[in-house]
Design a protein around this ligand. Structure first.
Ligand SMILES: [Ca+2]
Length: 350
């Protein structure tokens, strides 16, 4: 192919400084093919050109199949680029202890046991939940622990004797009275055991008589017994000195000591002069306590009650109850003292 020199008047192509690039080929390359010369192209105006160059961009798709990328250069692992334990890179040098390779273990902090200010009882030990959620124990309660607080004044089920009253500690740790009834401290207090004054000391003639009904003759009391079948018949004779006595152990802690009985007085005497008498006395050591005094002045054929409260200072002592009647010598005006249903009682624990 020959490039005509100086021929024609069309633009010419400089062979140097006007080469094709992957970019803008420039207007000078608007050549055409297929002019029928069976080969190379030619410039407008018939000038032959160099074979057309495919100016399309090079892409991966156009690369030959065997044009693999160069293998990546994988550098061996070193301390400088080794993967760490997964923690974010803080960018600061690791000044901690050497990595042991094991997972980090958090400090040993136990979970909260409770929430303040909760309270509870563990047996008799009250516990309170502190601000840190831990149970704190207080000294054990002496009796009961309820909802974390010591309660009660006694051990449930225990008992005590207070002022003669037997008390039992209830489930709440409080003392409750058992409603102790009075205890009778006398033996044969109503004289009804027999006609021999059982339980009593009698230094003289018979005193206890059966009195199922009112009598009024020799050997038969004027009144029926207040408590059947018997009564104590003091006097009934002139110059009588009738005595009954009984020793009594007053329990320690006893309270509400009471002496009581019924009486009836039948006499032939008149007036207000005491000539025949009946006395109930209590001998407590050197002390003599007068409990009751009757005379011919107190005449009545109706059973009349007497009740005397005794000092609590007698508790714990052994005392003697003494009953005595003395009549004068007037045989024609005799006085009879009928005594029945006696009692010497105390509120006392068994
Ligand atoms: Ca009786």
């Amino acid at each position: 192919m020959v490039v005509a020199a100086g021929g024609g008047c069309g633009p010419r192509v400089e062979s140097a400084g006007n080469r094709a690039t992957k970019g803008d080929a420039g207007p000078a390359l608007r050549g055409h093919l297929g002019d029928g010369d069976g080969g190379g192209g030619e410039l407008d105006g018939g000038v032959d050109l160099l074979p057309a160059i495919d100016a399309s961009p090079v892409t991966d798709a156009t690369l030959p199949v065997d044009s693999h990328p160069l293998p990546v250069d994988v550098a061996p692992a070193t301390d400088a680029n080794r993967a760490d334990s997964g923690k974010p890179d803080t960018g600061t040098p690791d000044t901690g202890p050497p990595d042991t390779g094991r997972p980090d273990v958090p400090p040993d902090v136990p979970p909260p046991q409770c929430t303040a200010p909760a309270k509870r009882c563990v047996g008799l030990v009250p516990q309170t939940c502190d601000a840190g959620g831990a149970w704190q124990s207080a000294p054990a309660c002496p009796f009961l622990c309820t909802a974390g607080t010591c309660v009660g004044v006694c051990l449930p089920g225990s008992n005590q004797c207070a002022g003669g009253d037997l008390q039992i500690c209830d489930a709440g740790g409080a003392w409750r009275s058992t409603g102790t009834s009075a205890r009778e401290l006398l033996v044969n207090p109503a004289f009804d055991v027999d006609l021999n004054e059982t339980g009593w000391t009698n230094p003289s003639a018979q005193i206890v008589y059966a009195a199922p009904t009112a009598g009024g003759s020799t050997g038969h009391p004027d009144v029926a017994a207040q408590s059947l079948p018997n009564l104590a018949w003091f006097g009934g004779l002139d110059s009588a000195d009738d005595r009954l006595s009984q020793s009594i152990d007053v329990p320690a802690g006893a309270s509400k000591l009471t002496f009581s009985f019924f009486y009836a007085v039948v006499t032939g005497k008149t007036g207000t002069t005491e000539t025949d008498t009946f006395d109930a006395s209590l001998l407590a050591g050197a002390q003599v306590i007068s409990l009751a005094h009757l005379s011919n002045v107190n005449a009545t054929d109706t059973w009349t009650p007497v009740s005397v409260s005794l000092p609590a200072t007698l508790a714990g002592q052994t005392v003697t109850l003494q009953l005595r009647a003395v009549t004068n010598t007037n045989v024609n005006r005799i006085t009879s003292f009928y005594i029945d249903t006696m009692s010497f009682s105390a509120g006392a624990c068994p």
